[in-house]
Design a protein around this ligand. Structure first.
Ligand code: ZN
Length: 308
């Protein structure tokens, strides 16, 4: 299986309806192996990661990033996903091992794991200025409905979001993907019910992907008789941006007192990245250097305070 996810962006010929569609099978499988997710959480975290990667694709700013944070009252705890403007994504959650019985439709019980009450936050960092924070309450905890609600209410862009993760009996990912269909300003609203009917009658997205349908074919199912053109096809990956220096900076911000304690009590510090499980070890010599950096920073701050 290829590790990359594939994206297709298509616009109806009249410019009124934009579709961003992704086959994220490889990315969700990679996520599953990193976090060793249960079947239920492969679906819950997978759907969230797919939604976030689509939100990333919507960013116009190069160097921008989007964080999707879902805080439901279910046993999964907090879910955090981060994507860049190419749709590269990373994801983590508090309880990746939560397993629930299938829901009354026989499906993986994502809403039960996430919780049906709670909050969805979208933080867009454009790389300059204050990040933009959007919020909407959870509708069902099934993620797609919650994202639809977010776009329709918080962003005032009528949208339909679908997200699907199909899991094999051995727990691996058989097919995973999602799309966001958005009504653009000035769209011919008579087309909306036509697209809605197409969506209602098509098989589930994860099934189409598991059957090997191409993104072009799936876009054809969604648009049906509505003419459209493909604007872009692209690839993205499960990608973490962590580095030892980022964690070094975080340690420095603890201050020299805390760092000295770590050096004395543990002789070092180990940090494991919550998004990719990479282990970073800071030995005694590393900590000495960080202590010096923390002290230099404190001294500089003091000097600033003293100067008029
Ligand atoms: Zn990482």
């Amino acid at each position: 299986m290829q590790e990359a996810s594939r994206f297709l962006t298509a616009l109806s010929k009249d410019g009124g309806f934009r579709l961003i569609l992704t086959d994220a099978t490889g990315v969700v499988e990679k996520m599953r192996t990193i976090h060793n997710t249960s079947r239920t959480m492969t679906a819950a975290l997978g759907r969230s990661a797919i939604a976030c990667s689509i939100m990333g694709k919507l960013l116009k700013e190069e160097g921008g990033s989007v964080t999707l944070r879902i805080e439901g009252d279910g046993p999964a705890g907090r879910i955090i996903c981060v994507a860049d403007c190419e749709g590269n994504v990373r994801a983590c959650c508090d309880e990746p091992g939560v397993e629930l019985a299938p829901n009354d439709k026989g499906k993986l019980d994502v809403g039960g794991a996430v919780g049906r009450k709670g909050s969805l936050y979208v933080v867009r960092d454009l790389g300059f200025g204050e990040p933009y924070v959007g919020y909407s309450p959870l509708v069902s905890g099934e993620i797609a409905e919650d994202v639809t609600e977010y776009y329709t209410v918080s962003e005032q862009t009528p949208s339909v979001c679908a997200l699907g993760v199909r899991v094999n009996p051995d727990g691996s990912v058989k097919g995973a993907g999602g799309y966001l269909l958005q009504l653009m300003p000035g769209a011919d609203e008579r087309i909306t019910p036509i697209l809605q009917a197409n969506i209602d009658f098509m098989p589930s997205l994860s099934q189409l992907i598991a059957e090997g349908k191409s993104l072009e074919e799936i876009a054809g199912e969604i648009y049906g008789l509505v003419e459209f053109e493909v604007l872009e096809t692209a690839e993205a990956a499960y990608r973490c941006t962590c580095a030892k220096e980022k964690y070094a900076a975080a340690l420095v911000s603890l201050g020299s007192g805390e760092l000295k304690k770590l050096r004395e009590e543990d002789g070092g510090a180990e940090i494991i990245c919550q998004f990719c499980n990479t282990r970073y070890y800071f030995d005694a010599a590393d900590l000495d250097e960080l202590i010096a950096r923390a002290e230099a920073r404190a001294a500089a701050a003091e000097e600033e305070e003293e100067s008029p």
